[in-house]
Design a protein around this ligand. Structure first.
Ligand code: DGL
Length: 272
């Protein structure tokens, strides 16, 4: 029986947190991870240029991998390009957007912190989520400039600078009229990689929401409805990692991907 081919995409290593959950949910799936590391970090890109780039890169990846489903394991990409991707390519996409809805359901204080990239916090999509699901809460968005990079460094073996981490997360912890943030949304797929360090420096105890398990369940549900066909040509093997820049040709980067189960690297020459 043909295994469903799942293409997981992020600007860098953050989507590996989603890949991990998908692997647990669907142990028999054929996973291919793609990172647009040539353009990392996405957080600081201008919107128009980023949408064009994402649509082009995903097109090339779909051609190469012939996936049954594409998981955009990146909030920064999903909040800006999901609609355009669905329009451009006729196959199922599952995106990753800040988990505002579950946060609003779980907060008791009514004060929610959102940690995300500067791009994600500025998106209309994110503001619409708040308006729709958390209109009765106070939501503090923080565009963290360095967290994604810190997460990658950690995965490559560099110890996390805890003072810097404290500075990056503290703006999500707020107090209003005697109440405090009690739920923090991890609105970038890189951030769960830093969770154990966040627990060491958090100003007080909160519940963190990592959307990965919910995304993995959604992928399984969508695949249930998707015909699983053979590929028309040889495709990258299970556990491949496709990279848009050879700058990750460093032993520490490849070891980081390998540690997360993606041990077959391939460097792409994309016309973008
Ligand atoms: N992992 C990405 C996200 O979920 C973004 C990291 C970046 O490229 O800035 O938003």
């Amino acid at each position: 029986m043909t295994a469903p081919r799942i293409l997981l995409f992020d600007s860098g290593m953050g989507g590996l947190t989603v890949a991990r959950a998908v692997r647990t949910q669907l142990p028999h799936a054929h996973l291919v991870y793609a990172a647009d590391n040539a353009a990392f970090p996405y957080g600081a890109w201008k919107e128009d240029a980023l949408v064009k780039r994402i649509v082009a890169v995903i097109g090339a990846l779909i051609d190469k991998v012939e996936p049954h489903i594409v998981v955009i394991a990146c909030n920064t990409a999903s909040t800006i390009a999901l609609a355009q991707l669905r329009e451009a390519y006729k196959l199922p996409f599952v995106g990753t957007v800040p988990a505002i809805k579950p946060a609003a359901a779980q907060t008791k204080s009514g004060i929610i912190g959102v940690l995300a990239t500067p791009g994600t916090v500025s998106r209309e999509y994110t503001h619409a989520l708040i308006h729709t699901y958390a209109y009765h809460c106070k939501v503090f968005l923080h565009g963290a400039k360095r967290l994604a990079e810190m997460a990658e460094q950690k995965l490559k073996g560099t110890p996390v600078d805890l003072d810097q981490l404290r500075q990056e997360i503290t703006p999500a912890f707020r107090q209003r009229e005697g109440k405090k943030t009690d739920v923090v949304v991890l609105g970038c797929t890189h951030y769960p990689l830093l969770l154990d360090d966040m627990l060491k420096v958090q100003p007080w105890l909160v519940k963190y929401i990592d959307p990965a398990p919910a995304i993995a369940r959604r992928v399984a549900d969508v695949l249930d409805e998707t015909p699983i066909t053979e590929s028309s040509k040889p495709v990258p093997p299970h556990n491949s990692v496709l990279l848009t820049s050879a700058r990750e040709d460093a032993a520490d980067s490849l070891a980081a991907y390998s540690a997360m189960g993606f041990d077959k690297p391939e460097f792409l020459e994309l016309p973008v």
